[in-house]
Design a protein around this ligand. Structure first.
Ligand SMILES: Nc1ncnc2c1ncn2[C@@H]1O[C@H](COP(=O)(O)OP(=O)(O)OP(=O)(O)O)[C@@H](O)[C@H]1O
Ligand SMILES: [Mg+2]
Length: 464
């Protein structure tokens, strides 16, 4: 039997807690409400919850201090702080303390539920993927949406690759264009689909750890090694596919070892003496220009040619604008049905804005914009005001017919951009950080650096 996820609400505002309690019970949570710090501590000890929703000031203490309790940390509890007026110090403290978000009251339960649901799914993925490699489940092969000419050409090449189950593939494209999606399609639509699809991001581990992950090691190979030794990913992906994301980040020593695997289909574990034969299709991806890396002598030319047997270039979204309406419709339908809403489409103004925007974060950014719009939309159509797209300089210029930015220094531009995004999101730190592509602590530090506080940051422009 599946147990219900548990939630603890810590707040002395009864109206607020009642509404949340009802909403989350309906969503299948087992909810417990307490109104003071002492009871909250006791409840955490009794049963550490999966989700913790709290206000900050309580009569007998600061709920935010609960973030430091060992029960919350050990249990990887998803914490959200709800406050009347998110002062920047509190936001910084909460975020740095590990809260996934700080939400302004009154809180809309649907919005909170989306934040918590997403964070819980991420934590589940992280615990499944303790070594940065992910075994893929039934969500493994989402559809590839779009029918623009460049995407059709890519799909044609993809179909050829699928027919050649041993060929090594190099997928190039900007961040968020869909490289991993393409890699999964190659695996799951081809002859290797019954074998494993394993993915590893070459940029996330140090050279030694990555080497141990990829090749495995023998017992006692180095200090801290498991007594039993460990299978590497090449070994574990036998019969299937190994997806090497951000392959341009591989250190020179590992580039040489990877080349050997590609040439000989054999690996040697760290500390091992004999070779192990492996049958793995390698799909590598990069958002760097690998040819340039080769010219700069940062990437081995021989490895580049070995990887580049079948090159696939995923075009940026701005070069296939014809896909935008289809992608928007797909994501809107997906998110609105997940949230139980009946949103039918986009207003003409919203459509025009989506079509005009250059999408520097590509499909991932478009997906995030649609998800947020579905959360905040309470009618039948997404309006322009539901879209968290920063106004481009061109749009500003068209509106005002004057040069929009006086300070063209990088710092000046950065501070202006952050200010614009914060205004657009009404100082929602998590969403702003997502849009800007930085983490929340970095955003918080930059806000402090540029003096971007809520009260001192008048709306420069209204986008709606
Ligand atoms: N054509 C598409 N149809 C549907 N969803 C897409 C499409 N392209 C990308 N996506 C979605 O956009 C998100 C980003 O895609 P993905 O992770 O594959 O990008 P990426 O190129 O690997 O990015 P990065 O370089 O940052 O790792 C994913 O949620 C993916 O499912
Ligand atoms: Mg990727």
């Amino acid at each position: 039997m599946q147990t219900k996820p548990s939630m603890l609400i810590v707040d002395n505002d009864m109206d607020h807690t009642r509404e949340l309690e009802l909403a989350f019970r309906k969503e299948g949570f087992e909810v417990k409400v307490v109104s003071d710090f002492g009871h909250a501590k006791a409840e955490l000890r009794r049963r550490p919850p999966q989700a913790l929703v709290m206000t900050n000031e309580l009569d007998d203490g600061r709920a935010i201090d609960l973030l430091q309790s060992s029960e919350v940390i050990d249990n990887k509890t998803v914490c959200v702080v709800c406050v009347h007026d998110p002062a920047i110090q509190d936001v910084g403290e909460a975020v740095n303390g590990g809260a996934v978000d700080v939400v302004e009251k009154p809180v809309f339960p649907g919005h909170l539920s989306a934040i918590i649901g997403k964070a819980m799914a991420e934590r589940r993925n992280q615990s499944r993927d303790s070594t940065a490699a992910k075994a893929i489940d039934s969500m493994a092969r989402p559809p590839i949406i779009g029918s623009s000419k460049p995407l059709k050409a890519l799909m044609d090449s993809l179909n050829l690759v699928i027919q050649a189950p041993k060929a090594t593939v190099l997928i190039e494209g900007e961040s968020g264009t869909g490289k991993e999606l393409i890699a999964r399609a190659i695996h799951y639509d081809g002859a290797r689909k019954n074998g494993p699809f394993l993915a590893i991001n070459c940029a996330t581990l140090t050279e030694n750890l990555l080497e141990a992950e990829l090749f495995g090691y023998e017992a006692g190979a180095f200090t801290g090694a498991l007594a039993s030794g460990k299978k590497g990913l090449f070994d574990a992906a036998n019969g299937g596919t190994l997806f090497l994301d951000e392959v341009g980040e591989l250190a020179p020593g590992l580039q040489a070892r990877l080349l050997r695997v590609l040439q000989e289909n054999r690996i040697k574990r760290v500390g091992g003496v004999s070779d192990i034969e492996v049958d793995v299709r390698i799909i590598a991806a990069t958002n760097r220009d690998l040819r340039h890396e080769v010219n700069e002598k940062r990437f081995r030319a021989d490895l580049f040619y070995r990887l580049n047997v079948v090159p696939l270039l995923v075009p940026p979204l701005r070069d296939r604008a014809a896909d935008i309406p289809e992608l928007c419709a797909y994501f809107l339908e997906k998110f609105s049905s997940e949230m139980g809403k009946m949103i039918r489409g986009f207003s003409p103004e919203a459509h025009a804005r989506l079509a005009r925007y250059p999408w520097p974060g590509n499909v991932r950014e478009l997906r995030n914009v649609c998800e947020y719009a579905a959360i905040v939309c309470d009618g039948e159509a997404i309006e322009k005001r539901h879209l968290t797209i920063p106004e481009t300089q061109m749009e500003q210029q068209a509106d005002t017919d004057t040069l929009p930015l006086k300070d063209m220094s990088l710092r000046g531009m950065e501070s202006e951009l952050i200010r614009m995004v914060l205004n657009e999101t009404r100082f929602n730190i998590t969403r702003s950080a997502n849009i800007l592509g930085i983490n929340r602590s970095t955003l918080y530090n930059k806000m402090r650096d540029y003096g971007l506080q809520r009260d001192e940051c008048p709306r420069v422009r209204q986008s709606v």
